[in-house]
Ligand binder design. Structure first.
Ligand code: AMP
Length: 543
């Protein structure tokens, strides 16, 4: 028997309309190249988003056109998030830190019709425009006074187009499985792969983001998405803030300036911020040096790569900020797990608490997780078995956009995340490595993330990574690579001594190497592939 409830489609326009009706006066603050702090309301933002739809119609874009953005976090990008997707078209957010050839590849692969861009990327686009013949024109996201001198063909000014557009009266209703946005993963091998989100997947992910044991967003919050809007929809914060009525603060192109981030947090009343560990390292460093604090921030969601224990503890002890350690991926919209306490873990203290907070947390309702062995057999959730982590759920990608080859990551309805994890009886997940970064010593796995956590707790270690390198006797052994202003033999010896008693003896790295900086990917993660390449010639002292 079928239920008799209304079959209302889950569409982003419902979030937009809900926001205007219920939180229309809530503020959005943005730093942009042409405004120190631009301020307006949710209602004004959604009115302009309806103008975006009208201008896309007037530019003659096709009904399901892919509209690319090369833009930082600000109010204009937010208008495109809604104005493009709610018109039935697909917002294709592009990471401007990609190599030029990857950029060309994804613009052509997505068949982008128009590119909306921040003026700072004018030169980048000029250098690739002739290789993107399918692009019909470019829109600079600024006003007439700040338009760049440019050779880009069919170049328009965003504010001029918007001023001339009459907002559409309402957005159309369509099937909830209609594509809403597109984001390419910057895989380490092969071409980037497109993940095509739908309205339904995005709306369901937005509900899950707001749950108390997730980011726990409410109308009293003020959200600072430091994670870029070109990376998996800024982890869904723009949608979630509009849905719940939380004030939004966007750092624009200055998202890696610690002083500005702290100014925004303290002056705008930010209660929750989200970003990868590498953006927080300089912020914490700046706070130590300046003596400033983070009030009124009370929590921050950190993920994208493992959040070091030392960072979680410094946030808590020095700033009374709770780190919500989360895990996810582009293919998961992106949030899969968040570490929030349950009845069994709420009162942990000391070493047990330290071991617990570095975990990536429990699955959001809607996400199913399992770990499997090399034959695909499910492994127990006993807190000690390592296995390949697989997921499924309504905001997990079912296949890539126009894949060049059948997906190797999809098996019988499950998506293989490429991560290795342990799951305990309460469902808490601990990611131990990427499958490709796993260190196999004498046939056994060593978790590089556990080792990095130990080394990061040394005050002289600014950043570190553990990689597996070939060893004649053990097949592979761990090397600890460290960025420090005190790089010498004494520090190396101190670091190696720190592992004693904290990890199994045979996990202790064989050596420490100091470097000026670690290589990072376009999304701010340590690129272990490039690091291993840099240490290609390295030989362990006992090898
Ligand atoms: P991306 O799709 O670029 O966001 O990368 C997703 C990958 O980042 C995941 O498969 C993990 O390997 C890694 N990742 C994300 N969050 C975490 C985390 N909290 N701890 C460890 N690895 C993470």
């Amino acid at each position: 028997m079928r239920g008799l409830m209304m079959d209302t489609p889950l569409l982003l326009q419902n979030i937009a309309e809900h926001a205007v009706c219920n939180h229309g006066g809530r503020e959005i603050v943005s730093v942009t190249a042409d405004h120190d702090r631009h301020r307006y309301t949710f209602a004004a933002a959604m009115e302009r988003a309806r103008r975006v739809t009208a201008l896309l119609d007037s530019l003659g874009t096709t009904p399901d056109a892919r509209i690319a953005t090369l833009a930082w976090n600000d109010f204009r990008h937010l208008e495109l998030y809604f104005g493009v997707s709610c018109s039935g078209r697909v917002l294709h957010t592009i990471n401007p830190r990609l190599f030029a050839e990857q950029l060309v590849y994804i613009v052509n692969h997505a068949e982008d019709e128009w590119v909306f861009f921040d003026v700072a990327f004018t030169g980048l686009l000029e250098s690739v425009a002739t290789q993107c013949p399918g692009v019909r024109g470019y829109v600079a996201m600024t006003d007439a006074a700040h338009m760049p001198e440019s050779s880009l063909p069919n170049l328009h000014c965003y504010e001029t187009l918007l001023a001339a557009a009459q907002p559409v009266a309402g957005w159309p209703e369509f099937d909830e499985n209609t594509a809403s946005s597109l984001c390419y993963t910057s895989g380490t091998t092969g071409h980037p792969k497109g993940v095509l989100y739908s309205h339904r997947s995005t709306v369901l992910h937005t509900y899950a983001m707001a749950l108390p044991d997730s980011a726990g967003l409410s109308a009293l919050d003020c959200v600072l998405p430091i994670v870029p809007m070109f990376h998996v929809n800024a982890w869904g914060y723009p949608y979630a803030a509009l849905m719940v009525g939380a004030k939004l603060v966007f750092p624009g192109h200055r998202l890696s300036e610690p002083e500005l981030l702290v100014d925004l947090i303290t002056e705008e009343g930010v209660t929750i911020a989200g970003g990868v560990p590498t953006v927080w390292l300089p912020v914490l460093d700046y706070l130590r040096r300046s003596g400033r604090n983070l009030a009124p921030l009370n929590r921050t969601v950190i993920g994208g790569s493992a959040c070091p224990l030392a960072m979680i503890e410094e946030f808590r002890e020095a700033h009374d900020v709770t780190v919500l350690h989360g895990w996810g991926m582009t293919e998961m919209s992106p949030v899969g797990t968040v570490n929030r306490p349950n009845a069994n873990t709420a009162d942990l203290a000391g070493e047990a608490l330290r071991a617990h907070v570095v975990r990536q947390g429990r699955a959001l309702p809607g996400v199913e997780l399992r770990i499997v062995d090399e034959d695909g057999e499910e492994l127990p959730r006993d807190g000690s078995c390592f296995g390949a982590l697989q997921v499924r759920g309504p905001w997990v990608c079912a296949d890539y956009y126009h894949p060049e080859a059948p997906s190797a990551a999809h098996h019988e309805g499950w998506f293989d995340t490429g991560d290795v994890a342990i799951i305990d009886a309460d469902g808490y997940v601990k990611i131990t490595d990427r499958t490709k970064d796993v260190i196999k010593s004498g046939g056994e796995w060593i978790s590089s993330i556990d080792l990095e956590n130990v080394a990061m707790s040394h005050p002289r270690v600014r950043e570190c990574a553990v990689i597996g390198l070939p060893h004649p006797k053990w097949q592979e052994r761990p090397l600890l690579v460290v960025v420090s202003d005190a790089a010498d033999d004494a520090l190396a010896a101190e670091l190696l001594a720190m592992f004693e008693g904290r990890v199994a003896k045979w996990w202790i790295p064989n050596d420490v190497a100091f470097v000026e900086s670690l290589p990072h990917t376009a999304t701010g993660k340590v690129s272990k592939l490039n690091l291993r390449r840099a240490f290609d010639e390295y030989r362990f002292p006992d090898a």
